[in-house]
Design a protein around this ligand. Structure first.
Ligand SMILES: Nc1ncnc2c1ncn2[C@@H]1O[C@H](COP(=O)(O)OP(=O)(O)OP(=O)(O)O)[C@@H](O)[C@H]1O
Ligand SMILES: [Mg+2]
Length: 277
């Protein structure tokens, strides 16, 4: 089977005019297959966002990207900006780390959702409105009609994050990249959103890359985990492996600090998972 996304020896260099090049990503390799969710862990600055941005053509000319990033077998590095733009929002859904930066402050939310829908479908205006409302409801947004009329600054970070997840998943992408998708969302809503992501993964065999510091969230959605540190993959395996055999100090610390995860994990082993479902 061909991976949906395959990174091979991916390097990202920050090219300096007045200083030496800095290597931010130092040869990252991993693959994600249809219907699989890869969790990406790693301390702040380890290169999680940078790797995904490099693969998806979201870095400007100040960066050099080397190695290989393939989507469904096709090399992405070297594709034109237009080709990559068409891919993003269509076959590849991307949920970026900072929701505020993903919306244009000058346009109403409804117009921004409609623009994405129109660019990647042949739906009529009325269809788009109905689907926008359905999407907002799925993302647990109250009063969706009113929300369509709002400007980004009139909504909370958590609401924008949920709308972004809704937009990214609406096109039933083959690949969904979610960079810290639930940081601004309260625990109850987060639970529902993760359920929605799991449903999408199962129903559409979507391959997911789920970047998070939250071991609880990772444990719920990820089939496999890679840990990055200083631009390199330092650990990989399933959740059990990461909990018990992580070699990287940051991973160990994260595991130790998260006693609640351990508790939940033990309950899961004891067959009490139902209370969480
Ligand atoms: N726009 C930028 N210009 C220069 N360096 C950058 C830029 N963005 C990130 N970096 C650097 O690249 C490295 C990797 O950053 P990256 O954003 O990938 O980290 P991350 O693992 O996503 O961290 P976090 O968990 O905080 O989101 C860091 O050393 C960071 O300082
Ligand atoms: Mg990041």
């Amino acid at each position: 089977m061909i991976p949906v996304l395959e990174l091979k020896d991916l390097h990202v260099l920050l090219c300096g005019r007045h200083h030496q090049d800095v290597e931010l990503v130092k040869g990252v390799s991993f693959s994600v297959y249809p219907g699989e969710c890869l969790g990406v862990l790693g301390e702040s600055g380890s290169g999680k966002s940078m790797s995904m941005k490099a693969a998806m053509g979201l870095l400007d000319n100040g960066f050099h990207v080397l190695g290989s990033a393939r989507f469904q077998g096709e090399e992405l590095l070297g594709k034109s900006a237009e080709e990559l733009r068409r891919l993003r929002g269509g076959q590849v859904g991307i949920i970026l780390q900072n929701p505020m930066t993903c919306f244009d402050p000058l346009y109403r939310i409804g117009a921004q959702i409609a623009e994405t829908f129109a660019a990647h479908s042949s739906w009529s205006g009325e269809d788009i409105r109905q689907r926008s409302l359905q999407m907002l409801e799925k993302m647990q947004i109250r009063s969706p009609e009113e929300v369509l009329e709002k400007y980004p600054h009139q909504l909370s970070g958590g609401m924008l994050q949920r709308i972004m997840i809704g937009i990214a998943t609406s096109m039933k992408p083959a690949l969904l990249i979610a960079d810290e998708p639930t940081t601004a969302i309260d625990a109850v809503t987060q639970f529902e959103i993760l359920n929605e992501l799991l449903r999408i993964k199962l129903e559409h065999q979507t391959a997911m890359v789920f970047i998070s510091h939250d071991l609880n969230a990772i444990s719920r959605v990820a089939d496999r985990i890679v840990v990055l540190n200083q631009g390199l993959v330092v650990d990989q395996g399933d959740f059990h492996h990461i909990l018990h055999h992580a070699a990287d100090p940051y991973t160990k610390l994260l595991v130790e600090k998260r006693a609640d995860v351990m508790r939940r994990y033990r309950q899961m082993l004891a067959g009490k998972e139902r209370t969480y479902a």
